[in-house]
Design a protein around this ligand. Structure first.
Ligand SMILES: [Zn+2]
Length: 382
């Protein structure tokens, strides 16, 4: 049986232990120690990682009364090993997890909602609740949770005896079997949970709810706490700073500056559309009839206008009216039209000649070509 040091002291980051067994596992060695601070995962919290002597501990899991460590090198049975947790990872997980207890406790006591789901991912923590919350309520909950952090109240974890447990009111996500471990955030929450937690709420740091959505008749909140919230805040600040520079706007005014830019962009798009239409109309008016193929390279048009131009051009030429937009370097988009040549039937041969891809109808095909203007003109000059 492994002595669970993580239950005795959730802040123990280094310890020594005796190796009870070591078996080869899948891409690692499965090591059981007489005692461990590596939390094997549970209650929504992932297993700890870290080091054992010179090897890496890539995970851990509970097996009966033991904790099995997944280690990158074998350990001699009977020897004493030096172990250290990836403390930054564990602290962040405890901050997020304890922060979730504070939020869930407040929601439960204020609105009576149950916690129906909890996911601690790499980037975000999501928590599901059984009832709906408005944005205003969520701001209030977040505020109260951060006041709980500022109050630095104790967090106590223990195994009550049956009489004490029967008398306790506590939240629990599922029917529990065996000894029940209770996590109490003084004045805010009492919940059955097997994971290690911070010992005072001040350690959680900021509790930030980023977004929320309706989910299965209730609500899903996305949040981060502590160091993860700080990293996220820095990333957001860097983004806003970059946008602020690009828009020459103060950081807190980037949204209105972006809205102005967007409006200008829409107006420009409309003007561009009108210009394209005018250029196309002029080009259509300038078309003269020809007996063979007509090749038009039109860098100033977009595809919709090129289609219009080719529609008009195919009426005026005896062969294929071929329109191209693009450049030799980046390749071309093409639209071909004809009243006399079955383009669908000839698409394969045409594409082969101009290194192209595409197809369509008898009178019009569309695609891309990776040939130079010279090669394309030479082909259609035949
Ligand atoms: Zn928990």
């Amino acid at each position: 049986m492994t002595r669970k040091l993580y239950y005795e002291d959730s802040h123990l980051a280094q310890f020594t232990a005796r190796v009870l067994s070591c078996e080869p596992g899948k891409d690692c060695y499965e090591v059981v120690l007489d005692q461990t601070a590596f939390f094997p995962g549970g209650g929504g919290q992932l297993p700890d990682t870290g080091g054992m002597n010179m090897a890496r501990v890539i995970g851990a899991k509970e097996r009966g009364e033991d904790v099995v460590h997944f280690v990158t090198a074998p350990m001699a049975v009977g020897s004493v090993v030096e172990c250290r947790l990836n403390w930054s990872q564990r602290l962040r997980r405890m901050q997020n997890h304890s922060g979730e207890h504070v939020i869930s406790g407040i929601i439960h006591s204020k609105f009576g909602y149950e916690n129906t789901g909890f996911h601690m991912g790499e980037d975000f923590v999501t928590v599901d609740y059984s009832g709906e919350l408005t944005a205003g309520r969520i701001y209030e909950i977040e505020r109260e949770a951060n006041l709980a952090v500022a109050s630095n109240v104790p967090v106590r974890c223990w195994y009550p005896d049956k009489a004490e447990l029967d008398a306790l009111e506590y939240r629990s996500k599922k029917e529990l079997q065996g000894a029940v471990r209770i996590v109490n955030v003084q004045g805010y929450d009492t919940c059955a949970c097997c994971a290690p937690h911070v010992s005072h709420t001040g350690e959680i740091g900021m509790i930030k709810i980023y977004s929320w959505m309706r989910h299965r008749g209730g609500m899903r909140l996305t949040m981060l706490c502590g160091m993860d919230a700080l990293d996220d805040y820095n990333a957001r600040c860097a983004n806003i700073s970059a946008i602020s520079g690009l828009l020459s706007a103060k950081p807190m005014e980037v949204a209105s500056a972006a809205a102005r830019l967007w409006k200008e962009h829409e107006q420009l798009k409309q003007k561009m559309g009108a210009l394209y239409r005018r250029i196309t109309a002029d080009k259509i008016a300038a078309l003269t009839g020809c007996e063979g193929n007509m090749v038009l390279f039109e860098p100033d048009l977009d595809m919709a206008n090129l289609r219009e131009l080719i529609n008009a051009a195919k009426e005026k030429c005896g062969g294929i009216a071929a329109g191209f937009i693009g450049s030799d370097e980046e390749g071309y988009h093409y639209i071909l039209g004809s009243k006399t040549v079955d383009l669908r039937a000839n698409a394969k041969a045409i594409n082969a000649a101009i290194n192209g891809k595409g197809g369509g109808q008898k009178e019009m095909i569309q695609g891309t070509a990776k040939a130079t203007e010279q090669v394309i003109r030479a082909y259609f000059a035949k």
